[in-house]
Design a protein around this ligand. Structure first.
Ligand code: SF4
Ligand code: SF4
Length: 435
C-alpha cells in the first residue's frame, strides 16, 4: 500500500483545515488538523477509510485503474464535439495595446467564395460523422465594410446549409449592425470583450484611430440579448484593469445582463503569446492572476454575480457534488479543435492560427496534411510528456497548453504547468469554507 501518487494534499487558504483530492479515485475530503497530521506523519488512524477512498492503494492495482480510466477518456473524447475555428482575415478595426496578432497580415477584409467553399468541403469530408460546429474568429470578423459583411453572410449561409451552428468571436463594435443578419442563421453564441467601464475599456481597446468603443459595444450586447443571441462576455485582465472588474460586474448586474439566460462570462488572463507585449510588467503569471482574483472576490463578493471562477476543479465539485473525470489532456488542438484561415492553411488551434511555422497543411487550393506534425499534437498528453508522468497534479492539470509549452521549450511534448495545488487551496476555501 502506498499514499497514492495522484493525491493532492495541502492546507486550505485562510483555514486551519486541509484538503485531500484524488482525481483517479474521484474522492475529495476536507480534513481537520488532527487528520491532516496523520498524513503528514504517515501514521493513519482509520486505514480502512483511506483504502476505500483510494488515498491509500496498491500500486499495481492503481496502474490498472489508471489505464482503464485513460482508455475511457480517449473513447469519450472521440465522441466529443469538434470546434472548428475559421479565420476569414486577420484585419481588425481595433488597436488593442495587447493584441497578439499585431504582427499578422492585416490588409485583407474579405474572402472569396471559392476559399469558403473549399473550407466547407474539407470540413464535410474530414469531420464526417463527428459532432461539430464552426467558430468564426479574426482579426475582427464583423467589420463594417460591405465586402466583409457579404463574406460573413456567405459563411453563415454555408454553415447553416451544412447543418452546423456558428459561434463568433468579435470585438463587438459592429454587433448592433450585424444583429439582424445573425438572427437569420444558427448562431450558437457571440463572444464579446469588455475590459472594464468607459475610460478603462476605451484606453485598452480603442479603434485604430483612437476612437472610443465602449458605448457602442454595450449597445451591441443589449441588441443581441434582446434578440435572444447568446453572449459570452470576456474580460481580459492584467494588473492595470484588475480592479475595474468590480465596476464592470456592478454595471452588468444593473443592466440586467446577469439575469438573462442568454448571458455568460469568462475571465481571460492577458499573457504574452507570440509578439512582445508593449508593457510586460503589467502581466500576471497564472498563479498571480488567480491570487489577485481570489483577493478581489474576498473584498467584493458581489463580483460572483458576474463571474464564478473555476479554481481548477473546485467550482465543478461545488456545482456537481462530485469531481470531474480525470483530465489526461487539457489541450484540444488537433483533437477536438482545429483552425483554418483565409490563406487556405490548417492549424491546430486559435493559439497557433496564422503563425508562421505552425501550419499543419492546406485545405486550399489543394488539400495537404502534414501527418507527421499532426501526430505529434495528437499524441501529446500526460502519458507522453516526460515531466507529467510522475506529477501528482497530472489528472487535474492535463499538461496545460501545447502552444505555450512549445513557445517556452521548443518542443510540443513538454509541460505547461498549472498551479493546481494553490488553485485548490483558494477554490476549496472560496466554495466550501464558511466566511
Ligand atoms: S495549444 Fe493551447 S490554446 Fe491551443 S488547443 Fe492546446 S491548450 Fe488550447
Ligand atoms: S504540466 Fe506540469 S503541473 Fe501539469 S501535469 Fe505536467 S508536470 Fe504536472
Amino acid at each position: 500500500m502506498y499514499f497514492s501518487k495522484y493525491n493532492i494534499f495541502s492546507k486550505i487558504r485562510n483555514s486551519d483545515d486541509y484538503y485531500l483530492v484524488n482525481l483517479l479515485s474521484g474522492n475529495a475530503d476536507i480534513l481537520q488538523p488532527v487528520k491532516a497530521n496523520e498524513i503528514l506523519n504517515g501514521n493513519y488512524g482509520d486505514i480502512q477509510e483511506y483504502l476505500e477512498k483510494g488515498y491509500l492503494i496498491d500500486e499495481n492495482e492503481e496502474k490498472k485503474i489508471y489505464m482503464n480510466k485513460y482508455l475511457e477518456f480517449i473513447e469519450n473524447r472521440d465522441k466529443d464535439e469538434v470546434q472548428i475555428f475559421f479565420v476569414p482575415w486577420y484585419a481588425c478595426n481595433f488597436g488593442c495595446a495587447y493584441c497578439y496578432q499585431s504582427g499578422y497580415d492585416l490588409e485583407k477584409q474579405s474572402i472569396s467564395k471559392e476559399v469558403i467553399d473549399a473550407f466547407f468541403s474539407y470540413v464535410k469530408k474530414e469531420f464526417a460523422g463527428k459532432r461539430k460546429y464552426i467558430t468564426v474568429f479574426g482579426g475582427e470578423p464583423l467589420l463594417p465594410a460591405e465586402a466583409s459583411r457579404k463574406s460573413i453572410e456567405y459563411i453563415l449561409q454555408q454553415a447553416t446549409e451544412n447543418g452546423l451552428d456558428t459561434a463568433l468571436v468579435t470585438n463587438g463594435f459592429s454587433l448592433k449592425e450585424y444583429t439582424p443578419l445573425l438572427t437569420k442563421y444558427r448562431i450558437r453564441e457571440v463572444q464579446v470583450t469588455l475590459d472594464g467601464l468607459g475610460e478603462v475599456h476605451n484606453t485598452r481597446r480603442p479603434l485604430k484611430n483612437g476612437g472610443e468603443t465602449f458605448a457602442q459595444i454595450v449597445e451591441g450586447i443589449d441588441e443581441a440579448l434582446a434578440n435572444k443571441i447568446n453572449i459570452n462576455l470576456r474580460v481580459v485582465i492584467d494588473k492595470e484593469n484588475l480592479n475595474s472588474l468590480v465596476d464592470l460586474s456592478k454595471f452588468a448586474v444593473e443592466k440586467g445582463w446577469t439575469n438573462s439566460q442568454y448571458f455568460k462570462t469568462q475571465l481571460g488572463r492577458n499573457y504574452e503569446l507570440h509578439y512582445c507585449q508593449s508593457s510586460q510588467s503589467r502581466l500576471f503569471t497564472r498563479l498571480e492572476f488567480y491570487e489577485a482574483i481570489y483577493s478581489l472576490i474576498e473584498g467584493h463578493p458581489e463580483i460572483t454575480e458576474f463571474h464564478k471562477p473555476a479554481f481548477s476543479v473546485s467550482k465543478f465539485l461545488f456545482d456537481n457534488g462530485e469531481l470531474p473525470a480525470p483530465l489526461f489532456d487539457d489541450c484540444t488542438g488537433c483533437k477536438t479543435e482545429w483552425a483554418f484561415d483565409g490563406s487556405g492553411h490548417i492549424y491546430a488551434c486559435t493559439a497557433t492560427v496564422g503563425k508562421k511555422g505552425e501550419e499543419l497543411g492546406t485545405f486550399y487550393p489543394t488539400v495537404n496534411k502534414a501527418n507527421d506534425l499532426i501526430k505529434l499534437w495528437e499524441e501529446r498528453d500526460v502519458t507522453t510528456i516526460p515531466e507529467c508522468k510522475s506529477c501528482n497534479l497530472q489528472l487535474a492539470c492535463g499538461g496545460g497548453c501545447a502552444s505555450i509549452a512549445k513557445n517556452r521549450t521548443g518542443t510540443l511534448a513538454s509541460p505547461d504547468c498549472r498551479p493546481i495545488t494553490q488553485l485548490l487551496e483558494m477554490g476549496i476555501s472560496h466554495y466550501f469554507c464558511e466566511k
